[in-house]
Design a protein around this ligand. Structure first.
Ligand code: HEM
Length: 366
C-alpha cells in the first residue's frame, strides 16, 4: 500500500499486493461512482453526461440493471459466433504480409485486427472504420491535453449517435442492434445509456485487446522455446494468452475507487472518499502469489487465475472476446510464419494506464 500523487496532482492510494487488490475488487464498500469522492480528490478526464453514465462509473442497483441489459446482448454465444469472421480477417492480414521480409506486427497486424474485431462486434460498416487508436491515444495518451480530449470525445460522441441511428433504422446481427433491442420486463436502455455503453465498449475493448494481442505475439517471436512448444501443441495457445495477460496486464490499474466508509485494507485505514487505485499489474506479479512471476511459462497451475480482467461485479464483459482475438492472432501468426523473429528492439506506449507495445519489428522468415 502506497500513497501517491495521481496524474492530475491529487493525492491517492496505490494498492499493490495481490491479496489486497483481489479483496478490494470484490468489496462493495469501494464505490466507482464519483459522487462518493472527496472534494479536491481525483478528477480523471471529464466526459459529457451522455457518456459518463457508463458501467465503470456505477454501483448497484444502477450497475446491476445496466449490466443485465448489456449482458443479454453480449453473450458468450454472440462472441463465439464471431470466430469464423475473425479467422478470415486474420488470414487476410497474413496474406497481405506474406510477400514482405520485415513487418511491424503492432501496426500491420495487432492494430488492424483489433479494429476489425471491435467493428465487427459493434457492427461498424467497413466504410466508416477508422483507426480507433487515434481516438484512444488522444484521450489516454501521455501527451493528451484537455482540449484534445474534449474535441476527440465530441467526435466519438457524434460517431456513435450516428451509428446508433443507422442501427435503429436498419438492425443487423451485431451487438449494437442487440443492445437497442435488449429489454428486461418494461425496461430498456435509454438513448444516453446506449451511447455511453457503445463508447465504453469501444474504449474498454479495443485498446486493451490490441495490446494483449501484440504482447502475445511478442512472446511468440521472442522466445524460441515457447514457440516450439506451441507449434508442437497448438492446444496450449489459450494457456499462453492467459499467461501473457497476467504477465503484461494490459490494464495496469483498475478504475479508481472511493471507499464509502473508513475501511481497513492491508493493515492500513483508508478514509471514506479517498481515491484508491488498485494495481492489477503489481498484483499479477506478486511473488507471494506467483512463483517466478516475471517469467512467461505455460505450466502454471490455474493459468486463468490472474486479475487482468478484474473480478467481481465489474468483471470485464469483453473477456471472452479479448481471449478469442488473441488466440486467433497467435494461431495465425504461428501457422503462417512459424519462423518469425524480432529483428530490432520493440518500443512501448508511454502511459500510466495501459501497457502496450507501439512497435514490434519482425522478420517473417526468421
Ligand atoms: C485484453 C483485453 C481487455 C482487458 C485487459 C480488459 C480489462 C478490464 C478490466 C480490468 C475491467 C474491470 C475494471 C474495474 O473493475 O476497475 C474491465 C471491465 C470492462 N471491460 Fe474489459 N478488458 C479487455 C477487453 C474488453 C473488451 C474486448 C470489451 C468489449 C468489447 C471490454 C469491455 C469492458 C466493459 C464494458 C467493462 C465494464 C464492466 C462492468 O463495469 O460491469 N473489455 N475490463
Amino acid at each position: 500500500m502506497h500513497t501517491i500523487v495521481a496524474p492530475d496532482g491529487s493525492p491517492a492510494w496505490l494498492v499493490t499486493r495481490h491479496a489486497d487488490v483481489q479483496a478490494a475488487l470484490g468489496d462493495p464498500r469501494f464505490s466507482l461512482n464519483k459522487v462518493h469522492a472527496k472534494p479536491g480528490g481525483y478528477k480523471g478526464f471529464e466526459l459529457p453526461p451522455a457518456l459518463d453514465a457508463n458501467l465503470l462509473n456505477m454501483d448497484p442497483p444502477d450497475h446491476t440493471r445496466l449490466r443485465r441489459l448489456a449482458g443479454q446482448a453480449f453473450t458468450v454465444r454472440h462472441t463465439a459466433g464471431l470466430r469464423p469472421e475473425l479467422e478470415r480477417a486474420a488470414e487476410a492480414l497474413a496474406d497481405e504480409l506474406a510477400a514482405r521480409e520485415r513487418v511491424d506486427l503492432v501496426r500491420e497486424f495487432a492494430t488492424p485486427f483489433a479494429v476489425g474485431a471491435i467493428s465487427e462486434l459493434l457492427g461498424v460498416p467497413p466504410e466508416s472504420r477508422t483507426d480507433f487508436r487515434v481516438w484512444t491515444n488522444a484521450v489516454l495518451g501521455a501527451d493528451a491535453t484537455r482540449e484534445g480530449i474534449r474535441a476527440t470525445v465530441r467526435e466519438m460522441y457524434t460517431f456513435f449517435v450516428g451509428l446508433l441511428a443507422a442501427k435503429r433504422a436498419a438492425p443487423g446481427p451485431d451487438l449494437l442492434s442487440a443492445l437497442i433491442a435488449a429489454r428486461d420486463a418494461d425496461d430498456r436502455l435509454s438513448e444516453d445509456e446506449l451511447t455511453s455503453l457503445s463508447f465504453l465498449l469501444l474504449f474498454a475493448g479495443y485498446e486493451n485487446s490490441a495490446n494483449l494481442i501484440a504482447g502475445a505475439l511478442h512472446a511468440v517471436v521472442d522466445d524460441g522455446g515457447l514457440r516450439e512448444a506451441l507449434l508442437e501443441d497448438p492446444a496450449a495457445v489459450p494457456v499462453l494468452v492467459e499467461e501473457v495477460a497476467r504477465h503484461m496486464s494490459p490494464a495496469l490499474l483498475a478504475i479508481r475507487r472511493f471507499p464509502l466508509e473508513d475501511l481497513e485494507l492491508g493493515g492500513v485505514t483508508i478514509p471514506a472518499g479517498d481515491t484508491v487505485f488498485l494495481s492489477i499489474a503489481a498484483a499479477n506479479r506478486d511473488p507471494r502469489r506467483y512463483d517466478r512471476p516475471d517469467r512467461v511459462q505455460l505450466d502454471r497451475p490455474d493459468p486463468a487465475r490472474h486479475l487482468s480482467f478484474g473480478q467481481g461485479i465489474h468483471y470485464c464483459i469483453g473477456a471472452p472476446l479479448a481471449r478469442l482475438e488473441a488466440e486467433i492472432a497467435v494461431r495465425t501468426v504461428l501457422t503462417r510464419f512459424p519462423k518469425a523473429r524480432r529483428h530490432a528492439p520493440v518500443s512501448w506506449q508511454p502511459s500510466v494506464r495501459v501497457r502496450g507495445l507501439s512497435s514490434l519489428p519482425v522478420e517473417l522468415a526468421g
